[in-house]
Design a binder for this molecule. Structure first.
Ligand code: SF4
Length: 131
């Protein structure tokens, strides 16, 4: 699956986590909002017995809400990168809510892609050492 967020993340990947956090706290659109629950809409359950098409439709609606809420945010890239760094160490079931204009399952996909890339890199380094 292509990483449609790669261009967004490339712009901030070199920043330290501390700097990302500072920028999000200072400039994040949702910081200090009167309606923080808006960033935690009800997530479509994965195992409803419904059709895959119905789940995809519900997920697409959630993703549209995420883009609506975070699209105008000036630190969307920073927020998404920060979320990925924080959530990569969490159990999958702890990843919730909208961050950086993404739904939880989108971030979990990005995290899986990062983990696979790291594994490939480590395997490549191992081959280089043993050669
Ligand atoms: S990108 Fe969204 S979740 Fe992140 S700081 Fe901005 S408004 Fe908040």
């Amino acid at each position: 699956m292509p990483n449609i967020f790669a261009p967004l993340l490339t712009s901030v990947c070199a920043q330290t986590t501390r700097d990302l956090h500072r920028r999000v706290i200072v400039d994040g659109l949702c910081v200090g909002t009167d309606e923080p629950d808006a960033w935690f809409p009800r997530e479509p359950p994965e195992f409803t017995g419904g059709s895959p098409e119905a789940l995809a439709e519900k997920r697409a609606a959630y993703e549209a809400v995420a883009l609506d809420l975070c699209g105008p945010c000036p630190v969307r890239a920073e927020c998404l990168e920060l979320a990925l760094r924080e959530e990569i160490v969490l159990p999958r079931t702890w990843v919730h809510g909208i961050r950086g204009g993404t739904a939880p399952w989108q971030r979990l996909n990005l995290i899986r892609q990062r983990q696979r890339a790291a594994q490939r890199e480590a395997a490549g380094a191992g081959r280089a050492v043993s050669a």
